[in-house]
Design a protein around this ligand. Structure first.
Ligand SMILES: NC(=O)c1ccc[n+]([C@@H]2O[C@H](COP(=O)([O-])OP(=O)(O)OC[C@H]3O[C@@H](n4cnc5c(N)ncnc54)[C@H](O)[C@@H]3O)[C@@H](O)[C@H]2O)c1
Length: 270
């Protein structure tokens, strides 16, 4: 769906690629952006920075609260008249622990924010969009949602879940000939600070601005799935074709993917 004259809701829009997509959407002629984030300070800074490009509304929302998601979605519809496109960017990674070192709190928080919250907002938005038979829901998952990833098993689980959910809804809508579109995005590591300290042996870490542009291009072209870089579209094909030991050797040793998290420090607490 073209972004021009559209109202766009972006979760996690006060930082990283969500923040960049907000600015780019306004530059491309969006009528307004509604930014949801839990970080109040970044929300005000983003509003101040983006307002020169167009209409910006900000809402302090914890996307892992279904009550807050439903109430704030209603509020955005009242404030803007309607929501045309939802871009789900809010996400967290908690540590580079092996699974046995993790805590119940890390499991619950990661799954709630990365996997369950997109379903809450997806439900609120779809109930509205299906009635109007228009709209688009974009879920930013991760390449870690297609690969098994040591030292980020909970994050990987949450992203596998969000890809499975988002793409299943895409099929449901297509089978009933709905005009509501679903786009699932699976980028490799991006240099936003979320994964500071990681070391990628072969694949270059992605530039945030270029990645944000690629995601919006996928939205405008109604892509159902966007792996970034494009070569990540072939992961599942490779895993299906290669014996497990060969696949592990290729990705783990040759590409070094299984050691990426060894020196992870993540974003410093704000
Ligand atoms: N950075 C990467 O390497 C990378 C790679 C692939 C996918 N992703 C995914 O892309 C998305 C954006 O990543 P980013 O690098 O821009 O991250 P980021 O940390 O810069 O931005 C994430 C935003 O989500 C917000 N957020 C966290 N918990 C929230 C909650 N409970 N309610 C509302 N907002 C909340 C944060 O405050 C932050 O503003 C995430 O879903 C991430 O998992 C990131």
């Amino acid at each position: 769906m073209k972004l021009q004259n559209k109202n766009i809701l972006i979760t996690g829009g006060a930082s990283g690629i969500g923040r960049i997509m907000g600015r780019l959407a306004l530059e491309k002629g969006a009528s307004a952006i509604a930014i949801w984030d839990i970080n109040e300070q970044n929300l005000s800074a983003t509003k101040e920075a983006h307002s020169r490009y167009g209409k910006v509304l900000t809402y302090k929302v914890d996307v892992s609260s279904s009550e807050m998601v439903f109430a704030t979605y209603k509020q955005v519809c009242e404030d803007l008249g309607r929501v045309d496109i939802v871009i789900q960017c809010a996400g967290i990674v908690t540590s580079n622990h092996t699974f046995d070192e993790n805590t119940v709190e890390e499991i619950d928080r990661t799954m709630k924010i990365n996997a369950v919250a997109p379903m809450y907002l997806g439900l609120a938005a779809l109930k509205d969009m299906v009635k109007r038979d228009e709209g688009q829901i974009v879920t930013v998952a991760s390449a870690a949602g297609m690969l098994s990833m040591p030292k980020m098993s909970i994050y990987a689980a949450s992203k596998w879940a969000s890809i499975g959910w988002s793409d299943s809804v895409r099929i449901e809508l297509q089978r009933r000939h709905s005009h509501v579109k679903i786009t699932t995005v699976a980028p490799y590591f991006i240099n936003t600070g979320m994964f500071d300290g990681i070391h990628s042996k072969v694949f270059p870490i992605l530039d945030p601005e270029k990645t944000a542009r690629k995601i919006l291009k996928a939205v405008e072209r109604n892509k159902t799935f966007a792996g970034i870089p494009f070569s990540y579209h072939f992961i599942r094909c490779m895993e299906g074709m290669l014996p497990q030991a060969l696949f592990d050797w290729f990705y783990g040793d040759v590409f070094g993917i299984y050691n990426v998290m060894d020196h992870f420090v993540g974003r410093k607490k704000q």
